[in-house]
Design a binder for this molecule. Structure first.
Ligand code: MF3
Ligand code: CO
Length: 256
């Protein structure tokens, strides 16, 4: 069942989104060669707690940290670790969620560590752009898969692999609610978008094959060909005329 949020609930989700984005900003400022993903996790935890919120991911289905920190061929759900140290030329996807007064925000960004090769830079930029291609269809009356189709066809037009084993999702009182939001598929299918739906849209795009595998820790997901992968996510609300992005920080330039 897709829940429609009231104005009061949307206010709380805006606050959850603001806090999620604030934690992202703090982590971004700390990203440099030599820092561990464990340290980045601590920074996010402290940022979220300082704002009166709780990390959404900590203990979610047994997940042991506040953020996912996924480097290079890690697609999603990289577990922060003292031994995982950023180095020049890496890309790192940071995924953060925060619960505020019972409502979740969820967002991911992929960052460059030092100097990154042009083809990998382009993957990161196109992944972000694919999100905004999908967002063009986020308005009442459109079908959910109009968003999915726009994301997938845009990314595939560059020859990239669109991850199929993970999707975006509805969000609200729960981190994951209906509907699932694939990043591929035909247009014109699925639920009709309505004002008050809150959605986490999150393309995961690979430089090579779309195929992924989950490692033995049950979380870390990597590309089968070990080529890099990028991730970009925001929580949005469908409004009367279109959408509003809930997970952005003051001054962040989002549009591309
Ligand atoms: N943004 C991811 C998602 O929507 C992060 C979940 S990580 C988990 O699924 F640990 F919380 F599962
Ligand atoms: Co998500």
């Amino acid at each position: 069942m897709i829940t429609i949020k009231s104005d009061r609930e949307i206010q709380l989700m805006k606050e959850a989104g603001r806090i999620t984005a604030y934690a992202h900003q703090k982590v971004k400022e700390a990203i440099k060669p030599g820092i561990s993903t464990f340290e980045l996790d601590k920074i996010a935890y402290n940022a979220i707690i300082s704002q009166g919120a709780i990390p959404s991911f900590l203990n979610y289905n047994g997940y042991p940290a506040s953020i996912c920190a996924s480097i290079n061929e890690v697609v999603v759900h990289g577990i922060p670790n003292k031994k995982t140290i950023l180095k020049n030329g890496d890309i790192i996807s940071i995924d953060i969620g925060a619960i505020y007064h019972g409502y979740h925000g969820d967002a991911a960004r992929t960052h460059f560590v030092g100097e990154v090769k042009d083809d990998i830079k382009r993957l990161v930029e196109i992944t972000k752009e694919s999100f905004f291609e999908g967002l063009k269809f986020a308005k009442p009356g459109n079908r959910l898969s109009d968003i999915s189709h726009a994301i997938g066809t845009y990314a595939e037009s560059f020859g990239y692999g669109v991850v199929k084993d993970f999707t975006g999702h509805g969000i609200g009182r729960n981190l994951h609610e209906d509907p699932a939001i694939p990043n591929y598929g035909e247009a014109g299918h699925g639920p009709i978008l309505k004002k008050g739906m809150t959605l986490a849209i999150e393309p995961m795009i690979n430089l090579g094959t779309y195929r992924v595998k989950v490692l033995n820790d049950g979380w870390t997901t990597i590309t089968q060909d070990k080529l890099p992968s990028a991730h970009y996510e925001n929580t949005i609300v469908i409004t009367e005329t279109g959408y509003e992005i809930l997970t952005k920080y003051e001054g962040e330039k989002l549009d591309v």
